[in-house]
Design a binder for this molecule. Structure first.
Ligand SMILES: [Zn+2]
Length: 347
């Protein structure tokens, strides 16, 4: 449906230079497509219409942001999904979900919610697992941000050797199980490459590999959720540094480690959780010299390389752990930006 809508819009532009509205497309679905393809009647008509709405949003985004012309969807996409805008039922007593034209389905409902149910999205992963996510408006106001100061703010430096280092001196390790899961991933990748295209063994190997990818993604997500939840609950403000993740991904040695720790996702979670709990995320620019400055006396050090994990200040003699010093500076810069501390004050 999405691809059909996209093609209709492209053709219309090419032929007449005019846009065809989603209402026109809805009419075409009812009066032309359905008579020609009766199986379309087996599908919830609002779900069909939602696909057309998605095409339209993709175009709106393209025109507004001038990037990424809408793509055709493929059966090979990692996740397959469709929307159910209305008329579905979630029954917490029997653990079932009722979808229009499909009926009641057994489900593992892991969290009870109350509020106005908006669009539900049904998706299938590469390993054939089905999920339904329900958007709910609970009507609650987002809390106002609580005040913070130097005592209730934590600086966070994310890195390769440790997932994150805090201005308190604590280092948060990358979970070990991720490493062993990644080792297993390599084995499965090699096995898949040895199978013949189109063979049964290849399909089996593909499924095993997809399951391993899914396992790693789940482990990673779980770790990121726990860590972002903890930081947002324990502090009034969290100071971070803008990361040039795209630029860093170009460096091959770092790429694997970075995609593994998924910093962008971590910061995304940190921001929305802070928002939920009335906390504040402060971000300093990537050009502020958080690594190369002594957090005790403010001297800029010369000739520090990525390999230097520890160094001593030429001026005041303090011996620094590179990452802890960076985390303290991130906190300092962020608080200076807020005019909450003045230069030279200790973090
Ligand atoms: Zn110093």
């Amino acid at each position: 449906m999405y691809n059909w809508g996209l093609e209709r819009k492209i053709k219309s532009y090419e032929l007449s230079g005019k846009s065809v509205s989603r209402f026109d497309l809805h009419k075409e679905i009812t009066h032309e497509l359905k008579p020609e393809y009766p199986w379309l009647k087996d599908v919830n008509s609002q779900s069909l219409q939602a696909s057309i709405t998605n095409v339209e949003s993709a175009f709106t985004k393209f025109f507004r942001e001038k990037t990424g012309f809408p793509n055709f969807k493929s059966k090979k996409n990692a996740t397959q999904s469709f929307s159910v805008p209305q008329h579905y039922v979630v029954d917490f007593d029997t653990n079932k979900v009722k979808l229009p034209k499909i009926g009641w389905i057994k489900a593992a409902l892991h969290r009870k919610f109350e509020g106005d149910m908006k669009t539900a999205t049904v998706s299938m992963t590469k390993t054939g697992k089905y999920f339904i996510s329900v958007l709910v408006d609970d009507g609650k106001e987002v809390p106002e941000s609580e005040p913070f100061d130097a005592d209730t703010t934590v600086g966070v430096d994310v890195g390769i050797t440790h997932f994150a280092t805090l201005s308190t001196g604590e280092k948060i390790e990358n979970p070990r199980y991720l490493k062993s899961s990644l080792g297993r991933l390599k084995v499965l990748q090699r096995r898949l490459s040895r199978t013949k295209k189109g063979s049964n063994n290849r399909e089996k190997a593909r499924l095993k590999l997809a399951k391993q990818h899914e396992k790693i993604a789940n482990q990673r997500r779980d770790f990121l959720h726990k860590t972002s939840h903890r930081l947002a609950s324990e502090n009034q403000a969290i100071a971070t540094e803008t990361l040039n993740v795209k630029g860093m991904m170009k460096n091959h040695h770092l790429a694997m480690a970075i995609s593994d720790v998924s910093w962008s996702e971590f910061f995304r979670q940190l921001k929305y959780k802070a928002n939920w709990y009335g906390k504040t995320v402060l971000t300093i620019g990537q050009f502020q010299p958080s690594t190369k400055i002594c957090s005790v006396c403010g001297t800029v050090v010369q000739g520090l390389t990525l390999a230097d994990r520890e160094w001593s200040c030429q001026e005041c003699g303090t011996v620094h752990d590179r990452d802890i010093n960076t985390a303290i500076n991130i906190k300092k810069f962020a608080l200076q930006d807020q005019n909450l501390i003045t230069l030279g004050q200790r973090g």
